[in-house]
Design a protein around this ligand. Sequence first.
Ligand SMILES: [Zn+2]
Length: 1063
Amino acid sequence: MSQQGYVAAPPYSQAQPGMGGYQGGFGSGPAQPLYGHYGGPPQAFTAPPAGMMKSPVSSAAGMPPPPVSSQYNPNVQQNGAHPQRYPAPPAASAAYGQPPQSPYNSMASPGPPAPQQLTNQMSAMNLGSYAPGPMQSPPPPTSSVAQQPFQTPPPPAMGQPQMPPGPQSPHMSQQMSPQMSPPQSPPASMPMAGPPLAGPLMVGSQMAGPPMGGPPMGGPPMAGMGRPFPGPPPPGPGGFQQPSPGAAGPLGYPQQAGQFGGQMAGPQPGMPGAFPGAPASLAGPPQKKLDPDSIPSITQVIEDDQLKKGGQVFSTNIRGQVPPLVTTDFTAQDQGNASPRFMRCTTYSLPCTADLAKQCQVPLASIIKPFASLPKDETPLYVVNHGETGPIRCNRCKAYMCPYMQFIDGGRRYQCGFCNCVSEVPVFYFQHLDHMGRRVDFYERPELSLGSYEFAATLDYCKNNKLPNPPAYIFMIDVSYNNIKSGLVKLICDELKTLLEKLPREEGAESSAIKVGFVTYNKVLHFYNVKSALAQPQMMVVSDTAEMFVPLLDGFLVNYQDSRAVIYNLLDQIPDMFADTNESETVFAPVIQAGVEAFKAAECNGKLFIFHSSMPTAEAPGKLKNRDDKKLVNTEKEKTLFQPQKGVYEQLSKDCVAQGCCVDLFLFPSQYMDMATMADVPSHTGGSVYKYNNFQVETDGEHFLRDLRKDVQKSIGFDAIMRVRTSTGFRATDFFGAIHMNNTTDIEMAAVDCDKAVTVEFKHDDTLSEETGALIQCALLYTTISGQRRLRIHNLSLHCSSQLSELYTRCETDSLINFFAKSAYRAILNQPLKNVREILVNQTAHMLACYRKNCASPSAASQLILPDAMKVFPVYMNSLMKTAPLVGSTELSTDDRAHQRLSVMAMGVEDTQLLLYPRLIPLHTLDVNSEALPAPVRCSEERLTDSGMFLLENGHSMFLWLGQAIPPDLIQSIFNLPSLAHLQGHMPALPELDNPLSKKVRSIINGLLDKRPNSMKLQIVRQRDKPEMLFRQFLVEDKGLHGSASYMDFLCYVHREIRQLLT
Ligand SMILES: [Zn+2]
């Protein structure tokens, strides 16, 4: 080729079906259906970042004026001009940036680390011995396809049957036969073990063939669903190791079910995504194996980072410094940049030019978790209070005072690090500079010396110029027949009696300022007056759900401490009041509407906790009907399954955000309930959705209550609006999260809690300077749990380089995968799954090929060379493509897929990392005297042992897997049973036995449950029992269901693509 094929293709600016899809099809895509401007094309946006409270006038062209932002003081909005372009930097550029003697000298780039081209020839991948491929369906003719691999790349149809290219495919066999024999010699194994590779990893692979010579890999005709993976390595016998042949084997592979919910049936023949070739491939001749230990391992990477950086202090004083991995235990010390707990980036070295960014296709993004919980040994954020003046901000770009403001003129003026504008220092804020040009009060002011801090906000930052009231929590319980009968209503009422004692409160406060209210509902709504003066609670019924109003003001939202007796009384009575109900129909939208109206009337914001069990079919606004249609799976229309119903819910989201009403939804479905629509409001208001399929109090009660307790007690901010400012040369262009956007810059969240993250993508609009680097300031305006208005500021400085190698060296794979998961999950709202999967694979290959071409030292084309910081990127990408939303299978529950899609959109880096690569912990070798958790092993069947016991968790599901030959004494210690055979039925938790092993195992499980944002239901599975399928789907290195590729296969496929790009 034709380097043009990949270098010259303008992937960032052109929507090509395969390669170019990054921006055209992916990053921005067609306008998000719910909100036209949500994720709209970045080119529509030309205004520079303006003030936090951007005036409607300054909204990007074509954007509707944001009604919400107009609720803020217009004076603030009008401050400063809104130039359409950044002015050129002042001529005296020396004044800009940090002078060498400045306190931030230390933030200067430490210089590029010496390129350690420590390469490691690994093992020869034997691709030569392609299986005969008797089982794949013949690809359609592709002969007309031009040799433009990147113009029309092969849709790898991940998640679909991935057969070796077979002889049926004429062009394929032509291409491949020369390479097919003789089989290559066994791998010259150069195991990865040993010291962590500092340099690029080389997986030398004598990928026999350039089957990627062109046409076979190229044509759109190959794009069909269910097509064989056009040219990947063979699944089974083709020289690749099958997961331990002794165990269940591919035939026994479970369905790839949603990682959420795990509702799935057994494998069914003939489903579209089936893997017809599996049996045949099993029957193939035994082939040489590539040692799976020789391909990059996530567990190894995690362990290495923990060894290197675990237990240490990570000081944030260096610009562009790559933090420890999310899995590593470290202490962050704020020395001028935000802790990685608040902000992580896909790379800490931005390419200087847009051209370089386009060339490598590595997304430039930051994942911001503004409310992240800090460990006890890290300092909570300081609050800076400038009284009535409010925070000091740049006159032009409205950036907040921060370490990147350079004081000049003896301290009388300062130059903004973001826009270079020079502003006067307010008189009250004046301070002399020391001999280094640093303010004398540098260390006394968090906003001058720290990366993260808060400002007390003034009235200008409050709605209607009024200080906010404390927020309220309203508990809204569906009391229809099913919920009463299952005992759920009683369970909730009983729990609330103790849980309400633990509402979040301000540090040092005696009690929580949060008010509480109660609603029950089925087809009608019941409001309760729980005023403390009452002896008995009073119920008021609203049956006109079309015009929802709140029938009482006084006594609905109360202080829990004051009204405790009446509330107790109410919670005792609710289950009895509805004990004889026959009502099975419910309303839903009016319930949310009632919450919004209540907050409006009380002039407060807050959160609704809705406990709901069925699709709302009663005659009322937002009534839904079953639109689940499995026939749409794998068609152009599959996206409609993920799209919410428009109309009522869309408007409701806007109303909620405007009022600062966050919606948390606890769902207890026994069948389809249109998750895509029902979860729409929560997913735009910073809310969470929990789902308990076929809920039973005995088996799921504790699991649900753990979620509820965590949720109620979470640290949280309300009525939030976030703005991400950047220094000149680049800007935030796209945003992913449980957010709402009325324009292209203001990220609105009715609430934001400690687990919610917003992923922000950046694009260049000019050249970045290596000297000054790049700055990001995230400002979050919100209301605290006691009703104070605050601004939380996070600052981060990044390195910039004209060398792409710097970018690759400072990449963070866990952040990259968070970005890709969110962008792919958004893309499926508008595009067929196969396009999305195709883009993911192509971009993976492209990113790695660019590295190979520009950064790696010359080596044989047969070697797969991966940048060290991205060496496990392919495992994650492959795992992502196996997730339920991206797998087109009629086996999967539509609701589970929609649920996972929405949950991931709000996840931070830790959560996506764990979701895509579960922890698999061997417990049979546990040292009961050791404090340490046993080292996790790779998520592959071959790591399991028949006599073993393994714990697997991914943040949403948890399994205890028991091998068939597990020693009876182990079973005795854990279950108090004589043998594995005696283990029957479901067990919601392990029995509490008084022996060291039982105690240790339970403490490990409880430790994990405490640590994760969500509860997990412990599922105990025995090897080769039917439920084991549920567990197997999490062994993400293995071949998945519906033919999705194993890690090894995927790596080989990507290698092929890379070679093709480089040819
Ligand atoms: Zn500025």
